[in-house]
Design a protein around this ligand. Structure first.
Ligand code: ATP
Ligand code: MG
Length: 361
């Protein structure tokens, strides 16, 4: 909350369908916030190809300056492929933002919706993935440990796990569990094979668990978890894990839920968080009013929950509830964009969601 009593958001429209879905998301956010009496501030800034046109970089300094001042960011999808070679960001503003602002927790709730023809119709599982270290050379460069080849026929990749990253991630996971009303965190690990790195990770959770007596900790080997989860998914509503395992497990869950169609995500630190749809820029339908804005709306509802987790302001939670319920009821009514089998446009779907927000009891 700023000195003016407003919750401040930076809005980055991105590429492809980004501008269309971001506009609708902002309208829906404003409708939900005003319904619960929550004052919000919005500042737009350029990222992606539009930023390149003006500033010759996909992530200009003036955007970074705005981001530094804003706790909550909404990021539309940014193009994965077609950036100019002279862009100093080399085309992936989203990866840069995650690394440079240490958005260390990546939260991926996976819900099956009947419209996606899910393999598991009642799947409802959230994977929280550590986002700053582990088996990813680009995250570990700061330590001097990228992937490397000591000889021409040997390649090495080191897995960096640090106490400080484990501690902040464990704290985040417990607070997330508390804010979302979960009573258990399942840790997917491989301590048998990687005793020291997994030992640090698990130890951070175990040390904190005394402070969160309402939240149970459960340790599961990641391989056991992968084979058991499709059948026993109800037992594991919230899973916390290291970077590479989280990448794989969250995609496995998405596959079982019928794909990433309307999957939301949040990238968070303790001071800032960014909402981001899991899908890409969908250039094939960009500018046609066909894009489904649900993933970015649901991601932005997660951003409001993150504010609630940090400031305890019940209006943030109420606005998030309104947004989620209204997206769900609009989709359930069959008034969907073509990707879910309906005839709605991006704009008419957004209006229906806003009407649902107005008419919620
Ligand atoms: P990128 O290169 O940015 O990853 P992409 O073409 O791989 O873009 P994705 O967003 O991954 O695009 O989408 C794959 C398919 O799903 C495309 O056919 C796209 O039209 C469709 N799609 C993705 N997002 C949406 C959305 N929000 N609404 C409707 N259709 C979508
Ligand atoms: Mg793609």
């Amino acid at each position: 909350m700023s000195a003016t009593g407003k919750l401040n958001f930076a809005v980055m429209a991105g590429d492809g369908i980004g501008p269309e879905i971001t506009d609708v998301t902002v309208d829906v956010l404003q409708a939900a916030a005003s319904r619960v009496g929550l004052p919000i501030g919005l500042e737009r800034c350029l990222v992606g190809l539009r930023a390149y046109e003006k500033h010759k970089t996909t992530l200009p300094q003036e955007t970074l300056d705005v981001l530094k001042e804003h706790p909550g960011w909404i990021l539309g999808p940014t193009s994965a492929g077609e950036y100019p070679k002279d862009d100093p960001m080399r085309g992936h503003p989203s990866g840069y933002l995650r690394r440079n602002f240490s958005l260390f927790a990546n939260v991926r709730p996976v819900k099956a919706w009947p419209q996606l023809n899910p393999l598991i119709p009642d799947l409802d599982i959230t994977v929280i993935r550590e986002n700053t270290e582990g088996f990813y050379p680009d995250r570990n460069l700061a330590w001097g440990y990228g992937e490397f080849m000591p000889t021409k026929d040997v390649a090495l990749s080191l897995r960096v796990i640090t106490q400080v990253a484990c501690d902040r991630f464990a704290r985040f996971s417990f607070e997330y569990a508390k804010a979302t009303g979960q009573s258990k965190i399942s840790i997917a690990h491989k301590r048998t094979a990687l005793p020291q790195t997994e030992g640090l990770f698990i130890g951070a959770f175990e040390r904190l668990s005394g402070e969160y007596s309402d939240i149970k900790l459960e340790l599961l080997r990641v391989d056991t978890f992968s084979s058991a989860m499709p059948r026993d998914h109800r037992k594991y509503p919230l899973v916390a894990t290291t970077n590479l395992f989280g990448d794989i497990l969250s995609d496995q869950c998405s596959g079982l839920a019928g794909g990433v169609g309307i999957a939301p995500s949040l990238n968070a630190s303790t001071t800032q968080a960014m909402s981001q749809a899991v899908h890409g820029t969908a250039p094939d339908i960009a500018g046609k009013g066909l894009a489904n804005p649900s993933a970015l709306i649901l991601s932005t509802a997660m951003l409001l929950r993150w504010f609630y987790q940090n400031n305890g302001d019940a209006r943030c939670k109420q606005a998030a509830d309104l947004m989620e319920q209204s997206v769900r009821s609009t989709i359930d009514s069959g008034n969907t964009t073509p990707d879910l089998g309906g005839k709605a446009t991006t704009g008419s779907f957004g209006k229906a969601v806003m009407q649902a927000i107005e008419s919620q009891p």
